[in-house]
Ligand binder design. Structure first.
Ligand code: ATP
Length: 199
């Protein structure tokens, strides 16, 4: 699986639609201070499902929408689309390319799409969990993250290791199964009460 392109529109300093193509080898992004290099990385983080505005250097999530400049009015919508090469079927989708899109509107509404079909945030998280591109993975290391990992609490550090080792997915599935068990036990208890009442 490789990144093919990232298209940013109305996100942070990118008022106009901007497409970045990734070719074979390493891609470096260079530019003067404040020109938007970190915003590109944050666009990548955001489209992969980042839910913390703080991690994107904002106060609330719709702060990612272009807020206007001296010459341009603010916009009402931000959109980022990431296209991945999936010809090796690394992601569990039967298409050679996978397009992940996220949109947010000023009123707070959000949309997530996989291959241009509306999905839930959870579908995006499930698609990337344990692929190394997950929210808690090491694939995006922001300034200060190395220090944060060293200074993190043992439990948080364990989460990073679990993501790398690929066990996070099973832990989530276990949690879901345990929740279902609790629900089923409650239903059984209610049924037992009814049986006792009917005797
Ligand atoms: P440095 O090299 O100093 O780290 P950089 O190239 O990484 O800089 P960024 O931090 O990505 O630059 O971009 C900062 C710019 O993005 C600032 O000029 C800031 O005003 C602008 N910016 C951030 N959020 C928004 C927004 N919502 N609307 C408009 N501009 C924004």
């Amino acid at each position: 699986m490789k990144l093919k392109s990232l298209t940013i529109s109305g996100f942070k300093s990118f008022a106009d639609k901007t497409k970045i193509d990734f070719f074979e080898g390493i891609t470096g992004i260079v530019g003067p201070n404040g020109s938007g290099k970190s915003n590109i990385i944050e666009a990548l983080q955001w489209v992969l499902g980042e839910q913390s505005a703080k991690n994107l250097r904002g106060g609330k999530m719709n702060d990612v929408i272009f807020a206007g400049s001296q010459t341009r009015s603010p916009l009402n919508r931000a959109e980022v689309e990431l296209v991945l090469d999936n010809s090796d079927r690394f992601l569990a989708i039967a298409t050679d390319e996978v397009a992940i899109t996220r949109r947010i509107y000023r009123n707070g509404d959000s949309e997530y799409l996989i291959n241009h079909n509306r999905v839930r945030l959870r579908d995006i998280s499930d698609l990337f969990i344990d692929t190394g591109l997950g929210k808690e993975s090491f694939s995006i290391i922001s300034q200060g993250k190395v220090e944060a990992i060293f200074n993190s609490k043992p439990l948080d550090r364990r989460m990073y290791i679990e993501e790398v080792a690929g066990v996070l997915k099973y832990k989530k599935e276990k949690q879901q199964a345990e929740n279902k068990l609790v629900d089923t036990t409650a239903h059984l208890e209610r049924l037992n009460d009814i049986v006792i009442e009917l005797r």
